[in-house]
Unconditional design. Structure first.
Length: 185
C-alpha cells in the first residue's frame, strides 16, 4: 500500500505529494519520505541535506531561491506547523513551461508536500502566525552556486500581499527579466 498520492502539476516534474495518514485514537502516523516510492517520480538522488525554518510572522516571504548546476537541487518541501503558500518557478530554458509558476497551500492539516525538481526557483509566503517548514534537498548547500530572483518579478499574485516581510538578501535579488540568461540555467 502506497503511503503517498503523487499529483502532477502543469509544470513538468513539479509534483504535489499527498501524505496518507494512519489514524487512531492516539493521533496519526504519516510517512514523510520513502526512497522507493519517490524514485517513481524521478527523484533518484539520495537526500543530502534536511533544512528546517521557523517563520514567526504572517506575510513573510522567503525566496525565491535556487542553486546553479552542478549544485542544482531537488527539494521536497513540507509545512509541519501552520500554513504557507509555496511557489516554484520553472527556470529550465529547454522546458515547455519555462518561466511559468505553480503555487500550492501546504499546511499542518492538509499534509501536502511539494516536490520541486532541479531548475526551479522556490519560495513561500507564511499564511499563519507562525510556520515550521522542513525541506529535504538532493544537494548540499553551495554558497558559490546560490542565487535567487525577486519574489514579485513574475506573475504570481502571492495572495494579494503588497509589502511582505523580507530578508535584506531576498529583497535585493534581481528581477526575473533582468536575471534570466537561458545559457546560465
Amino acid at each position: 500500500m502506497s503511503r503517498f498520492d503523487f499529483v502532477s502539476t502543469d509544470l513538468a516534474g513539479l509534483t504535489v505529494v499527498q501524505r496518507k495518514a494512519l489514524e487512531d485514537q492516539r493521533g496519526f502516523l504519516s510517512r514523510f519520505y520513502c526512497a522507493e516510492e519517490f524514485s517513481e517520480t524521478g527523484m533518484t538522488k539520495p537526500i543530502a541535506q534536511i533544512n528546517h525554518t521557523l517563520t514567526n510572522r504572517i506575510g513573510a516571504v522567503r525566496g525565491m531561491h535556487f542553486q546553479y548546476p552542478p549544485h542544482a537541487e531537488t527539494k521536497l518541501v513540507s509545512c509541519l506547523q501552520g500554513e504557507i503558500f509555496d511557489v516554484a518557478v520553472d527556470l529550465r530554458c529547454d522546458s515547455p513551461t519555462f518561466l511559468q509558476w505553480h503555487g500550492e497551500v501546504l499546511s499542518t492539516e492538509n499534509r501536502k508536500s511539494l516536490l520541486i525538481p532541479e531548475g526551479f526557483a522556490h519560495g513561500f509566503l507564511t499564511l499563519s502566525k507562525s510556520a515550521t517548514v522542513v525541506y529535504l534537498t538532493s544537494t548540499l548547500y553551495s554558497a558559490e552556486h546560490d542565487a535567487g530572483i525577486l519574489w514579485n518579478s513574475f506573475s504570481c499574485e502571492w495572495g494579494g500581499i503588497v509589502n511582505p516581510i523580507l530578508s535584506e538578501r531576498d529583497s535585493n535579488f534581481p528581477t526575473l527579466s533582468a536575471f534570466i540568461n537561458p545559457q546560465d540555467i
